[in-house]
Structures are given as C-alpha cells and as structure tokens.
Design a protein around this ligand. Structure first.
Ligand SMILES: Nc1ncnc2c1ncn2[C@@H]1O[C@H](COP(=O)(O)OP(=O)(O)OP(=O)(O)O)[C@@H](O)[C@H]1O
Ligand SMILES: [Mg+2]
Length: 227
C-alpha cells in the first residue's frame, strides 16, 4: 500500500537526509517510526505525503508513484493520506468546526454532507461540545485531536502522524495515543513518528522502524525481503 524503494533525499545545504530507505507499510498496519532528532523521520513522512520528492528511488502510495505523479494529482493522493504535522497547523481565525469544514469545502463537497461529516468527526475525537471554539481556546491535546480529525476527513487509507504527542503532558498524550489506536483498530494504517522510546517499548506488539542519520538501522516488521 505504501512502499519506499531505495529512497534517497538530499537537501541542498544539509546533505543526505535519507539514505537508501526501503520499507513496505501494509493495509491496516501500525508502525512507529523512531530515531534521534535529525534522523529523517519527518522527511520520510514528507516523501510519503509528496511534499518532497525523493532525489533517487521511488515512493508508491495507493496506486500513485513519486516518479510519475502529476502535480494536479497530488490533492487526490492527499485524500488517501491523512497527515498530522509536528505543530498542529490549524487555521487560527476559524473555529474547530470551520477548520474541519474548510478541508471539505476545497474539494467541492455539498453543504449538507460537510455538516454531517464534521459532526461525526468531532464526536469521534471527543470534541463535539467544542465545535464553536477557536484553536487558541483549546488545550494542546484538544488542538491535536482537531488536527487528527482534519487528517481523517477524507477517510484516508493511512494516517501519518509526526510526533503527535510531542508537546502534550502525560495524560493528554495518553488520550491522543488511544485515539490513534482506535483509528487504527477501525482499519486505517498508521505511521507514527516518535522519539518516545518508552512508548515504543510499552507497545511492543507494533512494528518499529528505526532511523539513524537517514538510514534504517532496524525494522521489526520487515518480512518481504526489503533490505
Ligand atoms: N527543508 C529542508 N531543507 C534542508 N534540510 C532539511 C530540510 N528538512 C530536513 N532537513 C534536514 O534533513 C535531516 C533530517 O531532518 P528531519 O526533519 O527529517 O529529522 P527528524 O528525524 O524528523 O528530527 P526531529 O526528531 O528533530 O523532528 C536534518 O539534517 C535536517 O536538517
Ligand atoms: Mg521531525
């Protein structure tokens, strides 16, 4: 479903951010992407989201290839791939409900459809009561739930989450993680970047892909001969 094949990414001044990265994330799978700061976790998520193109190698995402995709097809790809960014990136001048509705409006969805979907998503992330609140009126954990709801708006096949609990206290972090597990349990694959090794150890049933200096140094779920 998501396949990275010998992916290299070079940035002009910082050199190689990814070195020969290959892995296959299957339908419905849950994987942690771990490694120290600067290891390339965010870059991996960005090449999957096709915000960055590999310098060499190929990324395949649900029928799209980084080698062949046209610029105008990228929005289509992004409907298949939900992304939660390292900082929430909510629109500050829009309420919670409007932040979610906006993501649907740009695709030309009908108003009645938007309303129902926004309500469903708010309920799913436990924030039905905060539909009219602005991002600055929400706690960090609540903002992250909204960012997650927004990533789910097009029913993606995979949720990419970049340090989704990074700025949260322990309790908020736990409940955001439970939400992400629920999303996975309902069939959405999850690739979650984290440097929280305690969390990774605690959930040892999940796959771990570990990066160091842009290269995969460990992959607990590599079973299809990818080096
Ligand atoms: N847009 C960019 N331009 C230049 N260099 C970049 C860019 N994005 C990332 N890099 C470099 O690529 C390397 C990997 O960065 P990346 O953000 O993927 O690491 P990370 O594992 O997500 O780190 P962190 O845990 O701090 O978020 C770093 O050396 C970084 O400086
Ligand atoms: Mg990062």
């Amino acid at each position: 479903m998501i396949k990275l094949i010998n992916v290299y990414k070079e940035f002009p001044r910082s050199g190689l951010a990814l070195k020969n990265v290959s892995f296959h994330l299957r339908k419905g799978e849950f994987a942690f992407l771990t490694g120290p700061s600067g290891a390339g976790k965010t870059t991996v998520l960005q090449v999957i989201h096709m915000a960055e193109r590999p310098t060499d190698g190929e990324v395949r995402v649900s029928g799209f290839s980084s080698r062949r995709i046209r610029r105008r097809d990228i929005p289509k790809l992004r409907r298949r791939v939900g992304m939660v960014f390292q900082n929430f990136r909510l629109l500050r001048d829009r309420t919670t409900a409007e932040n979610l509705a906006f993501a649907l409006e740009v695709t030309g969805a009908r108003r009645s459809e938007i309303k129902g979907k926004v309500q469903r998503l708010l309920a799913q992330v436990g924030l039905a009561a905060r539909a009219g609140a602005y991002p600055e009126e929400l706690s960090g954990g609540e903002q992250q739930r909204i960012a997650i709801a927004r990533a789910l708006i097009h029913d993606p096949v995979v949720l990419l989450a970049d340090e989704p609990m990074g700025n949260l206290d322990e309790r908020a972090a736990r409940s955001v993680f439970e939400l992400i597990r629920d999303i996975n349990a309902s069939g959405t694959a999850v690739l979650m970047a984290t440097h929280d090794l305690d969390l990774v150890r605690r959930y040892s049933q999940y796959r771990v892909i570990e990066l160091t200096e842009g290269a995969i140094v460990y992959d607990s779920g590599n079973s299809d001969g990818v080096p």
